[in-house]
Design a protein around this ligand. Sequence first.
Ligand code: KG4
Ligand code: ZN
Length: 375
Amino acid sequence: MLLVRRLSTKALGQVRVLGIETSCDDTAAAVVTGDGRVVSETNRHQHSVHASYGGIVPGLAAAHHQANLPLVLRETLQQAGLSISDVDAVAVTRGPGMAASLGVGVAAAKALAAVHGLPLIGVHHMEAHALMARMGREDVVQFPFLCVLVSGGHTMTLVAHDVSSYTTIGSTRDDSVGEAFDKVARDLGLPWPDMQEGGGLGPALEQIAMRGDALRFPLPVPMDKSTSAVSPDFSFSGLKTHVRRMLESGAFDPRIPQDQADVAAAFQRAAVAHLRKKTALACRHARAMGVNITCVVASGGVASNAAVRQALADVAAKEGVPLECPPPRLCTDNGVMIAWAGVERLRRGLLDSYSFDFIQRWPLDHLKETPLNCP
Ligand code: KG4
Ligand code: ZN
């Protein structure tokens, strides 16, 4: 077949994959090589668009992807000094995410790949977060590993057995940890750190927490009661609501910088303690499943938080394995992770047809059963 012949003439380490991400509010693209080198990357955030609405507005997000994606693609290729015919495959986020936003990226990727006769790879956004730590380090970050995915959309622990093969251990029963960081930061009146930077309000909360006394407003660690303490699931809405109630009762004043810092520190301390306990439980579950993990991988926006990294490094050390995280800038949504997941799938021949559609809700455990319809 034409596509396979074209690739087989090139060493897999040298292939160049163009990755496209439009599942949420980042319009991102990157070119990555098979040996894990980032040739170029571009990311346009939409924070200034959605900030005044207090959340992402799906229609606006899709409209901005429509406006931005052509320029993001052009910039990514120009930066790399490449034309589309120098690229060996196109990878795109197929799901999960907001339907209209996913549709923009998928339509563009299908058109580019079909017109130029390139292999097309539909990528699961959470698999891309999970595989990011392996980029260029596949000999270090080997399967199976325990993965802690902590972002604005997800909070879960899972065993990564191989590409496409995951078993979820625990997931959030309500809010994601990133959502809780964002909502508490809003209640504290924290401003967006920089409209050009990705990552939401979490980094602002992390920064201010450094100056705070976490013990002045002690907050309960979620799910610490005996019945829920044994569950590997997470819960963050109670913690978030606790801060809201304190605000409403006047227990602290968000206009006073020291109050802001102390509540931020107390929230972060309780959230991190919760992540620590549930990750330790997940390691125990993996062992009970007979899985010998080689490392703990943490990814997703919240994994760029230094206190979170330290706590998870402690858990991993107790398990006798290292913690492996992508660099902070590649923990949040980006095009590099989609291109790299594309490389991993391309190596295994996991290609998709030019007629595939996006999948809005898509549990990672179902990835193996998702039909590929190879070209
Ligand atoms: O992975 P991501 O960029 O997008 C999703 O897939 O959701 O994660 C964004 C989330 C936001 O909720 C943001 O506030 C949080 O990650 N986040 C952080 C930090 N950096 C980003 N939370 C705490 N501390 C940080 N340093
Ligand atoms: Zn993400």
